[in-house]
Design a protein around this ligand. Structure first.
Ligand SMILES: Nc1nc2c(ncn2[C@@H]2O[C@H](COP(=O)(O)OP(=O)(O)OP(=O)(O)O)[C@@H](O)[C@H]2O)c(=O)[nH]1
Length: 373
């Protein structure tokens, strides 16, 4: 895989991760806003009901106080209005409580107190009606204060209960939000780690694959690399009808050179040879080292004459390499065998074998020469 493909994969993974993180952030944000609104709305409505109803005992007390101060100006209408509204609000609060998530065991005693107070209201209404008959409102105020007391206490208990529950739920929500956030973060870290590991694994696999195709000494492709390239170029040549030429190169009397100058010097010579061959070939040509001092050049879209020209150019270049380039004061020559194929039906192995025979002929004919199959 090329560097560009690596970059594309990295970008794809980074984009995927960013999208995932974005979706997670949006989901959490949406959840937190919704949950808060929901929780808030749940108790806000109930608190509003209780607070509104809580005004009734205050108004009742206020009205009774006025009645005591000036019994001659009895506020019957106001009292009647209050006595009509109180049961409605008690029912509203009761309805809200039963729909809430509060534990009934906690609010039922206060609600019972409110219902008991409401049950006494008809009697209070009778006392109000007696006012017109001139009855002194002693019994009315006694009963009124009693009802007011019970209601005020019950509403106050309910108010506190709801506030405590709302606070507890808020804390719970916050903890839950943190826990979900931490969980999502953990998932993102794990996914990010997995993506990095995947990328690394991929790079390592590609590096191993590259190494398995490269000759360590010269940096050229090896025999496996040649095989892959040959299949591709041969296929291409058959498809487009253009000739594919192959050159097999074998250094002459390399054993003697090794024996005389030592193996490390021989290695240096092989490297210098590989560089020179690469410089004499085109970008499209595939140069590989297929054995100790054996090399191969695949030349796509190259006729027999063209391949011979390249071969001779290489042969002269090698014969002209000097000691500073070779790293040894020695003469170096190379023998070359060429073959060109473009016929349908011919396979690469037969092309290779023809080039090999031509190389054998070159060696047999005194070396340092090029022969065509
Ligand atoms: N320095 C070095 N020598 C190598 C390497 N691979 C193979 N050789 C040597 O290359 C030599 C090849 O010898 P031969 O196959 O007899 O061929 P030659 O001496 O070149 O003779 P001809 O091919 O007939 O001209 C052997 O001595 C191998 O040890 C390598 O990587 N480094």
């Amino acid at each position: 895989m090329s560097q560009r493909q690596h970059r594309t994969l990295s970008w794809q993974l980074a984009l995927g991760f960013t999208l995932l993180a974005g979706v997670c952030a949006l989901t959490i944000g949406f959840y937190v806003v919704n949950a808060r609104q929901h929780v808030g709305a749940n108790y806000t409505a109930l608190v509003a009901d209780v607070v509104r109803a809580q005004q009734h005992p205050v108004l009742l007390r206020h009205t009774l106080d006025r009645l005591q101060e000036s019994p001659e100006r009895a506020p019957e209408e106001r009292l009647g209005n209050l006595l009509w509204r109180i049961p409605q609000h008690i029912n509203g609060v009761s309805h809200g409580l039963t729909r809430s998530q509060l534990d009934p065991a906690e609010y039922v005693p206060s609600l019972d107190t409110l219902h008991q107070a409401a049950a006494q209201l008809p009697e209070l209404q009778n006392r109000v009606d007696e006012l017109q008959a001139g009855v002194v409102p002693v019994e009315l105020t006694r009963l009124g204060y009693e009802i007011e007391n019970e209601m005020a206490r019950a509403y106050s208990e309910l108010n506190e209960l709801i506030h405590v529950a709302a606070a507890e739920q808020r804390i719970l929500m916050e903890r839950l939000t943190w826990a979900i956030g931490a969980l999502v973060l953990l998932v993102l870290i794990v996914v990010g780690g997995l993506m990095l590991a995947l990328l690394r694994l991929h790079r390592e696999r590609e590096a191993v694959k590259r190494l398995s195709l490269v000759d360590e000494l010269t940096g050229l492709g090896n025999r496996r690399y040649l095989k892959e390239a040959a299949d591709r170029l041969h296929e291409q040549s058959l498809r487009n009808g253009k000739p594919l030429s192959i050159a097999l190169l074998d250094l002459d009397l390399f054993k003697q050179l090794n024996d005389r100058l030592g193996h490390p010097t021989g290695d240096g010579v092989l490297k210098a040879f590989a560089n020179a061959v690469q410089e004499e070939t085109r970008q499209a040509d595939i140069v590989s080292r297929i054995g100790g001092e054996e090399f191969c050049i695949l030349m796509p879209d190259t006729s027999s004459e063209g391949a011979f020209e390249v071969a001779e150019r290489i042969r002269h270049r090698i014969a002209g390499l000097t000691a500073p380039t070779l790293g040894a004061s020695t003469m170096l020559t190379v023998s070359l065998g060429l073959a060109t194929g473009q016929k349908q039906g011919s396979d690469f192995d037969s092309l290779y074998s023809r080039a090999d025979k031509a190389l054998y002929t070159a060696k047999a004919n005194g070396r340092n020469c090029t022969r065509i199959a």
